[in-house]
Design a protein around this ligand. Structure first.
Ligand code: XMP
Length: 474
């Protein structure tokens, strides 16, 4: 065993050095970035695939804010695919398969469909043809036993569009008819889709939202590398997942590397994020095996105890820098996963070579994280736990993939805690990106790639760290 053990650093060990800058305003920097080789997002912030962080509500909020969420995998295949579908259905330029109701059904039945699907209008069909539109208002105005046909706005009084209508045309048609929903029809009267005023206005107002080519919000989903993982990958891809994350604590295991190729063949066209690794060798092996992005972080997470339990890990800044240098040879982006406590850590991660940052703890207390807020000691809090913690392992008994032991170690490698209820996820993203913008302007970096190249660090001492924290009030 050599005694020249290399030094590894974390975010708190360094500061970014202010540099001569051409940037006049923080709004002049462009934070758009590569999540993977083929997927771009406007803000380099990713919600972690943890069961107390990211399901559909978080996925929707993150994509609307310009980042992206990764739906965790500790659900049945059907439930996880349904979560993905919920994000993909939250908004779209054209809803290609709108929820429908038959003209012969009752209003009580229609109301149930609206509640179950979370929509305020249904397309009424009669033998596959458009028969009318039914809104929540129509449903509330009459008795539940009344038929849909009696309460709906019938086809002859509806404004409709043809299949393939452009968004501006659809908006103009709705404004002219003073309606909020425009059903689309084929030549033979068959239902070809639905356009809603709300979605088109949202898309216009939020150019930074992460969307796919059809204007649907972008979302990722996690899978394992054993058991039903291919069935899961296929179901998630069919549901519209834009990226899949191979979610393995030790991504530099041979079976994890081999899984990349198997998944890529099973779902061609969907980018694969592989991880987690913390060394150049690990990153290189994943990139070489075809990963479209490499997720970096072994043990830095706020509820991780891997470093204490297994004695394993690499302080996060060094891990990110080494992995980013290795991935650069393959033109594969790095996601810095875990350990972010301050907006400045995002700036440091990007300066270290990451192209995006994954957050768990900072998003766990938002209204969009799964679970309900409870009052403890007079504070409103939400549960947050490591995926390798004992309570998480207990909770997912039954949905655990067959033969999957990855996150159920003999000794737990994570803890459960509670975090205070905090502001919406979009505000967390805004705060993180605000700090990043500032860090970029100090570093004369107009883009994320410039920040990767230009960010310069100094190492600091404990005295420097204590100087960094507020210390004026005595
Ligand atoms: P933060 O610091 O943002 O980190 O809360 C989120 C990341 O932590 C990882 N994670 C774990 N790591 N044991 C671990 O060693 C665990 O139980 C555990 N749960 C989550 C994961 O990479 C996540 O994205």
């Amino acid at each position: 065993m050599p005694d020249d053990i290399p030094l590894a650093l974390s975010y708190d060990d360094v500061m970014l050095v202010p540099q001569r800058s051409t940037i006049r305003s923080r709004s002049d920097v462009d934070t758009s970035t590569r999540l993977t080789r083929n997927v771009r997002i406007a803000m380099p912030i990713v919600a972690a695939n943890m069961d107390t962080v990211c399901e559909s509500a978080m996925g929707i909020a993150m994509a609307r804010a310009g980042g992206i969420g990764i739906i965790h995998r500790f659900l049945s295949v059907e439930e996880q695919a349904a979560q993905v579908r919920r994000v993909k259905r939250a908004e779209a330029k054209i809803i290609e398969d709108p929820h429908t109701v038959a003209a012969t059904q009752t209003l009580a039945e229609a109301r149930r469909v609206m509640v179950d699907r979370g929509v305020s209008g249904l397309v009424v069909v009669d033998q596959g043809r458009l028969a009318g539109m039914l809104t929540r208002r129509d449903v509330e105005m009459a008795d539940g036993a009344v038929t849909v046909a009696e309460a709906m706005t019938p086809r002859e009084r509806l404004a409709v569009g043809a299949r393939g209508i452009s968004s501006p045309e659809a908006l103009a048609r709705m404004r002219e008819a003073r309606v909020e929903k425009l059903p689309l029809v084929d030549d033979d009267g068959g239902v070809a889709g639905l356009v809603t005023m709300k979605d088109l206005l949202l898309l216009e107002q939020r150019p930074e939202a992460s969307t796919d080519a059809r204007g649907r919000l972008s979302v990722g989903a996690a899978i394992g590398v054993r058991g039903d993982y291919i069935e899961r990958a296929t179901a998630l891809a069919e549901a519209g997942a834009d990226v899949l994350v191979l979610d393995i604590a030790h991504g530099h295991a041979e079976h994890a590397i081999a899984a990349i190729d198997v998944v890529k063949r099973a779902v061609p066209g969907v980018d694969i994020i592989a991880g987690n690794v913390a060394t150049a060798e690990g990153a290189r092996d994943l990139a070489e095996a075809g990963a479209d992005a490499v997720k970096v972080g072994v043990g830095p997470g706020s509820v991780c105890t891997t470093r204490l339990v297994a004695g394993v890990g690499v302080p996060q800044l060094t891990a990110v820098m080494r992995c980013a240098a290795a991935c650069a040879e393959f033109n594969v982006p790095v996601i810095a996963d875990g350990g972010v406590r301050y907006p400045g850590d995002v700036a440091k991660a990007i300066a270290g070579g990451a192209e995006s940052v994954m957050l768990g703890g900072l998003l766990a207390g938002t209204p969009e994280s799964p679970g309900v807020a409870v009052v403890r000691d007079g504070r409103r809090v939400k549960v947050f736990r490591g995926m390798a913690s004992a309570p998480a392992a207990e909770a997912r008994r039954g949905v655990e993939e067959q033969g999957e032991e990855e996150f159920t170690p003999v000794v737990p490698e994570g803890v459960e805690t509670v975090v205070p209820l905090r502001e919406p996820a979009a505000d967390v993203v805004r705060t993180m990106v605000g700090g990043l913008r500032s860090g970029m302007s100090y570093s004369d970096a107009h883009t994320i790639r410039e920040m990767n190249a230009r960010g310069r660090f100094v190492r600091i001492t404990p005295a420097g760290l204590s100087e960094s924290h507020p210390h004026g009030a005595r």
